[in-house]
Design a protein around this ligand. Structure first.
Ligand code: HAM
Length: 414
């Protein structure tokens, strides 16, 4: 039997990747405009990093981590997300006292049940603002996510937002929720009883109808957070509500344990069941949890497989593409000389030097199929007159004969 790829771990072919490159270019332009610098961390980390950050009681660590013993019997894991690694790297470099605006991209791994929009290897681009207290950084990150959507032509989405208060508010709320649900344990689904014991906040995320019904009369997060936090949330919503749809969702707790303060998700109905294509929030205590010095932090990550579904940017071939066609017998040395001179003249242009010696007709067909805008034909004309055929491949495009110098000039100015 042929060897297949692992479930939930798709391949990406050149045609898929055109859109990915465009997405990555738009994101990196936005980060550049916000003065954010790139960081790269390894795919493998010690398992302890994720149990102490994302949390032992989270589904991500509890059920979805790809963990192995290495040759030294140390438990290591493929990263399920990027924030913990970034904080680990900054602590390791002893830079917690500095301010950082960082972005990263790459594959993440979660052993989830694969379905539309949910993979076991998926890709995130994330942003982390480190050393910034609650305030301007929240505003800047919300404005950035609006900008990203705008640049990608995404207009139908909602920003769900909630404020989890500080650690004390989070703890008080959990205690209140536990005592509210205690007399109703018999009507709770067993999954939710387990959640109530390990991580009561996750009960708010429950998909069980009986739990949802009970939660209608449960204590509200909003009653446990300070006036300052409430005002801050109100301010944010007021400021951005004319730029995107904002929904305050008091049940939004997110699946990772490290959050306090603002949490948010960007969702689109067009994605179906897995509707969140961006998620983030503040996590001021992660640095100390991981043994570092105090360092406030906030960030978000975009799920690339999901956001790419929503992108409506049409122009995938921004660079001109030129086919170099050798119409009669192949002369490798000459072909490469011409190709080399053209690339020296303008590296911005994609030059596809056809390496087959099919007929002129079949090579032109291939040039059209591969979306070339122009073709340079080296053949009998060139042999008799010393001129090259320059052919515009658009619908009513013409063709002309050019000397090599003129050809280079045209190519340079494309
Ligand atoms: P997250 O919400 O777990 O947050 O993931 C962020 C995004 O990654 C999700 O909104 C979703 O689009 C995408 N995603 C997650 N799991 C999958 C999957 N199995 N298949 C496809 N896409 C997926 C975090 O990871 C946090 N580290 C974000 C953050 C950064 N918070 C602060 N800074």
């Amino acid at each position: 039997m042929n060897i297949q790829s692992l479930r939930g771990m798709p391949d990406f072919f050149p045609d898929d990747l055109k859109k990915w490159h465009l997405l990555e270019a738009v994101l990196s332009d936005v980060f550049h405009a916000y003065s954010i610098e790139e960081i790269r961390t390894p795919l493998l980390e010690s398992t302890e990093l994720f149990s102490r950050s994302v949390g032992n009681s989270s589904d991500i660590v509890n059920k979805e981590l790809y963990s192995f013993l290495d040759k030294n019997q140390k438990s290591i894991s493929l990263r399920p997300e990027g924030s913990a690694s970034v904080i680990r790297a900054i602590i390791q470099k002893k830079q917690e006292h500095e301010k950082h605006k960082l972005w990263y991209q790459g594959p993440m791994f979660r052993y989830e049940r694969p379905q539309k929009g949910r993979f076991r290897q998926f890709h995130q681009v994330g942003v982390e603002y480190l050393g910034y207290e609650e305030g301007l950084s929240e505003f800047e990150l919300i404005s950035m996510l609006i900008k990203i959507n705008k640049q990608l032509g995404i207009s139908r989405y909602s920003l769900k937002i909630n404020h989890l208060g500080d650690i004390e508010a989070k703890e008080n709320f959990c205690t209140a929720l536990k005592s509210f649900l205690k007399p109703h344990l018999s009507s709770l689904h067993e999954k939710d009883i387990a959640r109530l014991a390990s991580n009561p906040l996750r009960v708010l995320d429950s998909k069980e109808e009986s739990t949802k019904l009970l939660l209608k009369d449960a204590p509200r997060f909003n009653d446990f957070i300070s006036e300052k936090s409430k005002l801050f949330l109100k301010d944010l919503v007021q400021h951005y509500s004319d730029q995107c749809e904002i929904i305050i969702d008091s049940n939004l707790v997110r699946g990772l344990d490290y959050y306090t303060g603002l949490v948010f998700e960007v969702v689109s109905e067009e994605l179906g069941a897995q509707d969140a294509f961006l998620g983030g929030g503040r996590y001021d205590h992660l640095s100390t949890e991981l043994g570092g010095k105090p360092m406030p932090a906030i960030g978000f990550a975009v799920g690339l497989e999901r956001i790419i579904e929503l992108m409506s940017v049409q122009d995938l071939n921004v660079r001109a593409k030129v086919a170099l066609i050798i119409a009669d017998e192949q002369d490798n040395q000459k072909t490469y000389k011409i190709a080399h001179a053209l690339r020296e003249a303008n590296l911005e242009i994609t030059l596809d030097a056809f390496l087959s010696n099919g007929s002129l007709k079949s090579q032109l067909r291939r040039a059209n199929k591969t979306h070339c805008n122009f073709a340079i034909i080296v053949g009998s004309d060139e042999r008799s007159t010393g001129k090259f055929t320059w052919k515009d491949l658009s619908e009513h495009g013409d063709q002309k004969l050019l000397s090599f110098e003129d050809l280079l000039e045209v190519y340079k100015n494309l």
